[in-house]
Structure formats: C-alpha cells, structure tokens
Design a protein around this ligand. Structure first.
Ligand code: SF4
Ligand code: SF4
Length: 358
C-alpha cells in the first residue's frame, strides 16, 4: 500500500494499510519520509450546484430577465432579499416589511432543517477564495508523513497543509507554544501535523458561542438602524461579486463605463486577499446562519470510529484539516456551524464519514 492508495480512498482494510505503512517505515533508512502532497477534493455535486446557481444568476443579468442574484431575487411581485439585507432594511426603515418577514421565516425553516447549507452550496465567496488561493499557489494539499526514530517506534500522520503568509506565520507562532509547532518559516509552510491541536480539536473545542462574526453582525444591524440604510450591503462580497458582473454587462450592453467597473472588483479583491478568513472571522451572514442553525441536527457528519485511522494508531487530521468551518467531525462541539459541504467525507482516506439525515 503506497501513499497514493491511502489518499485515493482505496482503504478497504485500515489495519492492513497501517501494517503496510509501518512496514514501509521500518524498511526505510531515513529517519523521516514525507510523501508528495495531493490536492484537497471537493464533492462534484456541490461544484455543479454552485456553478448552476452562479450561471443562472449571471445569465439572468445578461438577458435582463433573470430571477435576480443571491442578494436580491424574485419574479414580479414575489421578491425577496437576503435574510441579512431583510433585517437591515427593516431596521433602517423602522418598519415591518411583510415580504421580508415571510422570507425570513422561510430561511429560518430551511436552516432548522439544513443548517448553514447556504455557505457551501450557494455562496460564491468560498469558490472565489479558492481561485485566489490557486492563483497565489496557496491551495491546501493533503500530506502523509511517516517517521521513524533510529531503533524507536514508527509513526504515520496525515494532515492538510497550506502555505502560510507572513502574517499567518507570525499569528501561528504567537498562538502556539514553540514546542508544539515546528513552523518552517523559511519555506513559509506549516509542517504536517506540526501542531495537531491547531489542525483539529483546538478550533472546535475552544470555539466560543459568539465570535468576531457576531460582532460584525451586530455592527451591520446597528449601522443600518443609525444611518437609515443597509450600510453593510455596500461592502458585502456577495453583493460586490454580482455588482461587478452587472457593471461589466453594462459596459458591453450600453457601452457605459462606470466607476463600479473598477471599484467593485477592487473592493472584492481587497476583501478576499486582506481578509483571508472572511467566512470564519467576519461574515455577518455566516454569523446569522449559525445562530439560526443552532437546533439543526440533520446531515451532521458521523464518524465510524472502527474505520477511522485514528483507531488504528495513525495520527490523521484530514477531516478537521479540510473543514472550511474548522470543525472536527469526531466531536459535537460547535457542530451547528457545519455547512454540510461534505469535504470531510470525500477526503477521508478510510471512508469513515457519512452525513445521515438524523
Ligand atoms: S474520520 Fe477523519 S481522522 Fe478518521 S480516517 Fe477519516 S479523515 Fe482521518
Ligand atoms: S464538518 Fe464536514 S461537512 Fe461539516 S463543514 Fe466541516 S467538512 Fe463540511
């Protein structure tokens, strides 16, 4: 069994695979062997749904007869805006808008059933973020490291590694005690499993009920009430994405050159590059969805511990490493933040994770 076989989900018998991995380690002369990284996979069906929603919205903008965008959509008298925009609009106008209330109730019902599914299956921000990462060569990869001290025990670890920016390196060095983190500053990359606590339990176990996203959410609602218009909508990356497309369509359709053509993409690029952790640190929409989704129990990832490589002595951190929400499916902590993306399930080398309906 080689590294590729393990990472290709061909692991029918985890204990046999571990034995073979150990054999490979024992027969090696070097004290540490690191195999090549492999790209993190995203479920095909999710990519198709994301693309279909985006293409449908853009086609509507181009033809001028669409159902709208993710920020504002509808048909003739049946119209809705995003739940955050709906709340901001009502606070700004100091009025209860029946259509906004009705749509909010629909969102609440959907979130109780499906949780934060919008974040992974509809929002264009995470795919845009991944495109930026790919261009900047900062896309995460799955790494397997087999180590063996001379005449000592051997160990195998699997983790997700992403090259870190200088700012992230400084933050990591500050957050992690030197003994638990072997960040390779020269290479600008985190070492696989160098700090296992950061890769898994740390984020979910210590995650507070309210975080910086909720502060941004509070600020968005407060600013709408104070200034009388939804201030956050001016900088919302979802709105900026579609605003940039509308400006581009206007350029080709009516030969109208607007400031938006420069301003909207510029703001969007700034947000996605400077505020790299937009979704987990700043997004007020994600904060709102996480509050509403708290009672959701369906489609939570479930780990079959008998299949999991951790039960077979392997230090595997892949599921927590690929999770965009920083969750570890082995624990229930903060699992209402799960966006049902299925990344943990499709990347698990032991096929140990399912997302059941209950
Ligand atoms: S459940 Fe998680 S820790 Fe266990 S084998 Fe799968 S990816 Fe690794
Ligand atoms: S726990 Fe799994 S399904 Fe849920 S957000 Fe994380 S990777 Fe996606």
């Amino acid at each position: 069994m080689n590294t590729e076989a393990v990472l290709d989900n061909e692991l029918d018998d985890p204990s046999a695979a571990c034995a073979e991995a150990d054999h490979a380690v024992l027969s090696a002369e070097a004290t540490e062997i690191a195999a090549d990284g492999k790209a993190v996979r995203r479920p095909l069906v999710r990519r198709i749904v994301l693309a279909a929603i985006f293409v449908a919205a853009v086609t509507g903008i181009v033809l001028g007869h669409g159902l709208g965008t993710l920020s504002s959509f509808g048909w003739e008298n049946v119209a809705a805006i995003c739940p955050l925009g709906a709340l901001e609009s009502m606070l700004a106008s100091k009025l209860l808008i029946p259509q906004a209330v009705a749509f909010l109730l629909i969102v609440i019902a959907a979130s109780l059933l499906l949780g934060k599914v919008f974040c992974s299956w509809a929002c264009p921000v995470p795919p845009l973020r991944r495109i930026f990462d790919a261009v900047a060569r900062k896309a995460p990869t799955i790494q397997i490291v087999r180590s063996k001290e001379a005449d000592g025990p051997s160990a195998t670890s699997l983790s997700v590694v992403r090259p870190l920016s200088r700012r992230e390196l400084r933050a990591l060095e500050k957050a992690c005690p030197p003994s638990s983190s072997s960040v390779d500053s020269a290479a600008g990359a985190s070492t696989p499993s160098a700090c296992a606590s950061c890769a898994s339990g740390c984020a979910s176990a210590s995650r507070p009920a309210l975080d910086s996203r909720h502060v941004v959410l509070g600020g968005s609602l407060l600013s709408a009430a104070i200034f009388g218009f939804p201030v956050f909508c001016l900088v919302c990356p979802i709105g900026l994405t579609f605003a940039a497309i509308i400006a581009l369509v206007q350029l080709f359709g009516t030969q109208t050159l607007s400031w938006g053509l420069v301003l909207f993409p510029l703001l969007l690029i700034l947000e996605l590059t400077v505020l790299r952790k937009w979704c987990s640190r700043f997004c007020p929409m994600g904060a709102l969805m996480s509050l509403i989704s708290k009672p959701n129990r369906a489609f939570r990832p479930k780990v079959d511990e008998s299949k999991c490589l951790r039960s077979h002595g392997v230090d595997c951190q892949i599921c927590s490493g690929v999770c965009p929400e920083g969750l570890d499916p082995h624990t229930d902590a903060a699992m209402h933040e799960c966006s049902k993306c299925r990344d943990c399930a499709v990347n698990c080398p032991a096929n140990a994770i399912t997302l059941p309906m209950h």
